[in-house]
Design a protein around this ligand. Structure first.
Ligand code: SF4
Length: 452
């Protein structure tokens, strides 16, 4: 593929936005393997041709078309789409048509760079003349990741409900894996089992998702959990419990974080990573919080049009958040009757944690809000160590580290920062080993939360 250097700024609005999927193939980045596959299966159930992009195979291309100042997830996702296109062109030859694909790349508002990934990647795609016709569809936090305009009107709400359901089920499958893998009877059993379970769940979502037959999905999940429990060797004693927080892409992408959880497990940990649903709930919570602020301002200034507009937003974001929290609670309640897994905190609770000790403010936004509050909950709450994982130079990740380090020090809980780019740091393994030594000491002295 040959690129040219001219930038077409008009394309940033024309070819990035909400486009009707129609007959195109929707390309989904695999930030988290299970979530991406279940989400794609849900799309397929609703009649959309959805495909998960193979990830981490095109990092060289991602690096070739970035300057090095971009965030690491931007390099990875750019590499994923470019290498997909390269392979498709080889496969299809002259029949390759960029218009038959839509690249699905959500964005986020806020002071960090996530809002710019799709614009930057648009510029790169446009630099290949034939790729200017490949559209980027962009869900945004501004409207709570609404799919309005992408699907037929009568499918939007049902898809949003089922899509959210699939993300929570993906969280549960991940948590099941982290729960059983450190105690598996034979090495590799848990990985094989979760891979098979993911495929079972894909079929389940394709079949039952569109009809919102969530009971059938939950029944399948219960069967999976019961089977998964048989992998646990009851003779292996409990291990130190480690919480992982930080930037969502790096936390979730095992290639990008150099399989951090597995490395921690190799050094004797049982790990719980923050969830995907937590971020999705935060987006709705933040929409509601901002709508309330704008509403109060409009009321003060007696701007009737604005009052009406923000009131509508309050109702919409409020209903969305309520639905998600209730649904998530329902799923975890069902899971709890089979196995103990860590539940997510309500986002309002996390905001209160920050307010109580005046640690940080939701007004600043970004994942630092969630990470700082989660650390302050986990550190004294039965965890034996905390790892903060983020891309090198990530603003929220660095902020989190600066705020929490002195606090966890005071609490005497082992803490480790793990910033990643694509380089292999020679001291990483030693740092993790030392951290895990401290976590074992902490566990010996304080024990751990047995309900986890
Ligand atoms: S959260 Fe960090 S890695 Fe992600 S866009 Fe913002 S600064 Fe970049």
């Amino acid at each position: 593929m040959e690129s040219d250097k001219e930038i077409n700024f008009d394309s940033l609005t024309r070819n990035v936005g909400k486009f009707h999927f129609g007959e195109t193939t929707v390309l989904i980045p695999a930030m988290n393997r299970i979530a991406a596959h279940l989400f794609a299966a849900t799309f397929r159930g609703f009649g959309v041709h959805a495909k998960v992009l193979e990830t981490y195979k095109g990092l060289d291309l991602g690096k070739k078309y970035t300057s090095g100042k971009e965030c690491y997830p931007c390099q990875i996702t750019l590499g994923d789409i470019l290498s997909f296109i390269q392979r498709e062109k080889e496969r299809l030859g002259n029949a390759f048509n960029p218009e038959s694909y839509i690249y699905f790349l959500p964005e986020s508002d806020g002071p960090c760079r996530f809002g710019l990934y799709n614009k930057y990647q648009r510029i790169v795609l446009d630099s290949f003349p034939e790729l200017s016709r490949l559209k980027i569809t962009s869900l945004t936090t501004r409207d709570g990741y609404s799919l309005a305009g992408m699907l037929e009107k009568d499918k939007v709400l049902d898809f949003q409900k089922t899509g959210y359901f699939s993300l929570v089920i993906a969280d549960i499958l991940d948590r099941l894996m982290w729960k059983i893998r450190p105690y598996e009877k034979e090495a590799g059993m848990a990985d094989d089992f979760i891979e098979q379970s993911m495929h079972i769940m894909e079929d389940t979502f394709e079949t039952y998702g569109p009809k919102k037959e969530f009971r059938k999905v939950l029944k399948k999940l219960e069967e999976i959990i019961e089977k998964g429990k048989t992998i646990i060797d009851p003779g292996i004693p409990p291990k130190p419990l480690i919480g992982v927080v930080g930037e969502i892409f790096l936390r979730m992408h095992v290639g990008a974080n150099q399989d951090l959880i597995r490395v921690l497990e190799r050094h004797g940990a049982e790990v719980v990573n923050a969830s995907i649903a937590e971020w999705v709930n935060y987006v709705s919570y933040e929409g509601l919080r901002r709508a309330k602020i704008e509403f109060r301002l409009a009321l003060k200034q007696m701007r009737l049009g604005a009052i009406k507009f923000h009131l509508k937003n309050i109702l919409e974001f409020g209903a969305d958040l309520l639905y998600k929290e209730l649904r998530q609670k329902q799923i975890y309640r069902r899971v709890e009757s089979h196995i103990n897994v860590v539940k997510d905190h309500k986002i309002s609770h996390l905001e209160n944690v920050l307010k109580e000790d005046d640690l940080f403010s939701f007004d600043i936004g970004t994942e630092a809000c969630l990470s700082i509050a989660a650390i302050m909950e986990c550190a004294p709450g039965g965890f034996n160590g905390i790892v903060n994982v983020y891309p090198f130079t990530c603003m929220p990740g660095t902020t989190t580290s600066a705020v929490v380090k002195p606090l966890v020090n005071e609490l005497g809980v082992p803490y480790l920062d793990t910033p990643y780019d694509s380089s292999i740091q020679p001291g990483r393994e030693a740092a993790i080993r030392t951290f895990m030594y401290q976590a074992h000491q902490h566990y010996r002295r304080h024990g751990r939360e047995e309900n986890h």
